[in-house]
Design a protein around this ligand. Structure first.
Ligand SMILES: [Zn+2]
Length: 417
């Protein structure tokens, strides 16, 4: 009888695990769907996703769910996003992307190719001032522009040069960054793939920006009560992403960071069903891809005193397949890191950890700089990583191999720390 009971329990445990993974995948699919338009600020994509996440936390059994509003200034691109090269239409997100600080631009422009082999800044500025190239777009490789930073700073200033903008070649698939969209620059910068023709004559553009000043978005904070309230564990993950590039193109952000958001929802569900020793907070941040704005806001307006946090786990891009798990740890988090290593050595969840230098690359940073014991887990350089910040970071391309080991690793940690 005992044997049968054990077998039944084992079967139930396996089935529950499968259900948890199915629940996890369903959340990733939903968050990266067209409904939320890349969880940016145009068309309220992030805010709509945030409202859905709040409901999911409640459904998961959280004792309390609150939204914490904050404001940001952000440049968005919900309108026209058209580009043709010598009459050939280019596809947004695939053939080109733009810089997040771009202004609107409309018209047909000549192209001026910088001679990268025999570069001469004086000649370049003289050419661009000549009637032949008045108002042209400057074309060159991005790394080249980076190397000659001071000259290119001048090119991008209306006062110093009459060119209309830049076109930089960069590796494919093209990325779209968002962190500097808190202001609009004078001239547009467009990124194209290395396939960009070397002899095209003109570019036709119709691109519209919409700058949102003081736009209100919010963090979603769920709480599961433990037996003790003197300390707590905190799970964090950003739910915002890059939003839209024109009317039709959006950045789904399945790996970045529907994967982490879904994980903290399933953690909330787990602890709602298995009452924890200490209080647990699950914070889904907005504004991360806009320069950690949501986590910075929270760290300055915490809903629980920061010195009460026993440990904080920041999950940003956790669903990939690299057996070596990247992490960053705050100084105060180092004793915990030893425990992570010990558990991992026993259980073999990952082949190894690759601990990088603490950086302002995700939402753990505002906490790490305020002496909170914390870890940041990101599964980078797996097969999903090449889609990072591209239109290909989709549900279809998402990989979930590292979700379960990550879940179990943190669950074990909480039992022992
Ligand atoms: Zn991210």
């Amino acid at each position: 009888m005992k044997k049968i009971l054990f077998l039944i329990m084992a079967v139930i445990a396996v089935q529950l695990g499968a259900q948890d993974v199915a629940h996890y995948k369903k959340i990733v699919k939903k968050l990266s769907s067209a409904k939320y338009q890349g969880r940016g600020y145009a068309e309220d994509g992030a805010n709509k996703a945030g409202k859905w996440i709040a409901k999911e936390f409640a459904k998961a059994g959280a004792d309390d769910v609150v939204c914490q509003p904050f404001k940001l200034d952000i440049n968005t691109f919900p309108g026209k996003m058209e580009m043709s090269i010598d009459g050939k239409k280019q596809i947004p997100g695939v053939d080109f992307t733009i810089r997040e600080f771009n202004p609107s631009v409309k018209g047909e422009f000549k192209l001026y190719y910088i001679d990268m082999e025999n570069y001469n800044a004086e000649k370049m500025f003289a050419d661009l001032a000549s009637p032949q190239y008045q108002g042209a777009f400057v074309v060159c490789d991005f790394m080249f522009s980076y190397k000659h930073g001071a000259d290119f700073k001048k090119l991008q200033s209306k006062k110093d040069c009459s060119c209309s903008g830049m076109i930089y070649t960069w590796e494919a698939p093209l990325k779209f960054y968002k962190a500097y969209g808190e202001k609009v620059h004078e001239k547009p910068v467009i990124w194209v793939t290395p396939d960009f023709p070397k002899d095209a004559k003109s570019v036709k553009l119709d691109m519209e920006n919409e700058f949102l000043a003081g736009y209100e978005c919010f963090n979603v904070i769920a709480k599961v009560e433990g037996n003790r309230h003197d300390s707590c564990y905190v799970f964090t993950a950003h739910y915002d992403h890059l939003g839209k590039l024109g009317k039709k193109t959006y950045y789904p952000g399945a790996h970045d960071n529907a994967s982490g958001t879904a994980a903290i929802i399933t953690f909330a569900a787990h602890y709602a069903q298995n009452k924890p020793e200490y209080d647990m907070y699950f914070i889904a941040f907005s504004g991360e891809d806009a320069n950690l704005r949501g986590s910075e806001w929270y760290a300055n307006h915490p809903t629980v005193p920061l010195n009460r946090i026993k440990y904080l786990f920041n999950l940003d891009m956790i669903g990939d397949n690299n057996p070596v798990q990247y992490c960053e740890v705050s100084n105060e988090g180092m004793p915990g890191y030893s425990l992570f290593e010990k558990i991992n050595a026993e259980k073999g969840y990952f082949k190894a950890f690759d601990r990088g230098k603490l950086a302002d690359n995700s939402d753990h940073y505002p906490f790490a700089t305020r002496n909170v014991p914390c870890v940041f887990f990101m599964n980078e350089k797996g097969d999903a990583y090449k889609y990072y910040h591209t239109v290909h970071d989709t549900w279809k391309n998402a990989i979930f191999t590292t979700y379960e080991p990550m879940f179990n690793l943190i669950k074990d940690f909480i039992g022992k720390y």
